[in-house]
Design a protein around this ligand. Structure first.
Ligand SMILES: NC(=O)c1ccc[n+]([C@@H]2O[C@H](COP(=O)([O-])OP(=O)(O)OC[C@H]3O[C@@H](n4cnc5c(N)ncnc54)[C@H](OP(=O)(O)O)[C@@H]3O)[C@@H](O)[C@H]2O)c1
Length: 306
């Protein structure tokens, strides 16, 4: 049986990915800072700050996926929080790299999440592929450091893939439940001018993409993990309210108010690009949910599971 170790596997993406991989016949293990005794999968402890890891986690493992990192949009971007956002990602990759270098029998591939935040902001219609240079601001800066630490895993001799993940749509966490909150009270606010591009992806397509990256032995480097039809924020809100709360009224939430409330963290919702899925499609990946409305309808129909 092929085995996969998922670092940060207890989170939103990791929980769904663990289920998919175990349904596909993989032996799934997780790495967590705080392994729970009732965990569904064998879970091993690590401490990214202290640089310690339970070596049993990596014994005879075939694939390593790293999803670990402090939440980017969970708390205000103080200097301390910014450092944690970067260090939790960079140091976790460095720790896994040291561990892999010491292994006599190496795994086959290392796959990591990255983020479309790499590209910063571009409200134009220009499609953004993987060759476009990083943007400006904290998100791109943190992604540059993160990606350098992913790239450096290739020194272990492993095949390395980085998925630049877009806005993951799931009813279990991430952006969607936050968008749905005001809709319960009859309003569906869009942000600023509503023209910011939102390169979204259905959580199941993203998890299938991690599986694809495991199975495609020729795949390496960075890929945008976004649906083929990104939408602007106003369209995202309009379609989401049509599906989940048809009576909610679309109203603008002015950018200036968002910046006053959220500070620099407002960048997380006021910046985006029209990221292209062309490279991963050329690699052979097929999307189950290329269109936003069908993705949202599926999530609504399976609200307890996804
Ligand atoms: N969700 C999205 O829309 C989205 C978009 C773009 C990129 N991504 C990236 O994809 C990855 C997974 O996202 P997700 O939504 O599944 O995130 P998540 O739900 O926040 O899960 C991330 C996991 O990382 C671990 N973690 C948290 N803080 C940590 C720290 N300081 N040091 C080490 N580990 C820490 C936690 O596991 P334990 O508590 O068990 O240790 C947590 O379960 C992240 O790198 C994220 O930046 C996500």
């Amino acid at each position: 049986m092929r085995s996969v170790l998922i670092a940060g596997g207890t989170g939103l993406i990791g929980t769904r990915l663990s289920k998919l991989l175990s349904e596909q016949g993989f032996e799934v293990r997780q790495l967590s800072r705080d392994p729970r005794p009732d965990a569904l999968y064998p879970t091993y402890a690590w401490d990214v700050d202290q640089g310690t890891i339970d070596a049993k986690a990596l014994e005879n493992v075939d694939y390593i996926i790293n999803l670990a990192g402090a939440g980017v949009a969970d708390k205000p971007w103080t200097q301390v929080r910014k450092r944690l956002i970067i260090e939790s990602r960079v140091k976790s990759n460095q720790l896994l790299k040291r561990q892999i270098l010491a292994m006599p029998e190496k795994p086959k591939a290392f796959i990591s999440s990255a983020a479309v935040g790499y590209y910063g902001d571009n409200p134009s219609d220009q499609w953004v592929n993987e060759d476009v240079a990083p943007g400006k601001g904290f998100l791109p800066e943190s992604c540059i450091a993160w990606e350098a630490s992913i790239r450096s895993l290739s020194e272990t001799g492993l095949r390395v893939v980085g998925l630049r993940v877009g806005i993951v749509l799931s009813t279990k966490g991430g952006a969607l439940p936050k968008l749905l909150e005001p809709m319960k009270f009859g309003t569906a606010p869009y942000f600023g001018t509503g023209r910011t591009w939102y390169p979204w992806i259905h959580i199941d397509d993203l998890c299938r993409m991690f599986l694809f990256a495991i199975q495609d032995e020729g795949m390496q480097g960075f890929f945008n993990a976004v649906a083929p039809h990104p939408v602007r924020n106003r369209e995202l809100i309009r379609t989401t309210s049509q599906v989940f709360a048809p009576r909610a009224i679309n109203i603008p939430a002015p950018a200036i108010a968002l910046r006053m409330i959220l500070g620099e963290l407002a960048d997380a919702i006021l910046t985006g690009v029209r990221a292209s899925s062309g490279k991963i499609q050329q690699e052979g990946f097929d999307f189950q949910y290329p269109q936003l409305e069908a993705a949202l309808q599926d999530l609504k129909a399976n609200i307890k599971a996804k």
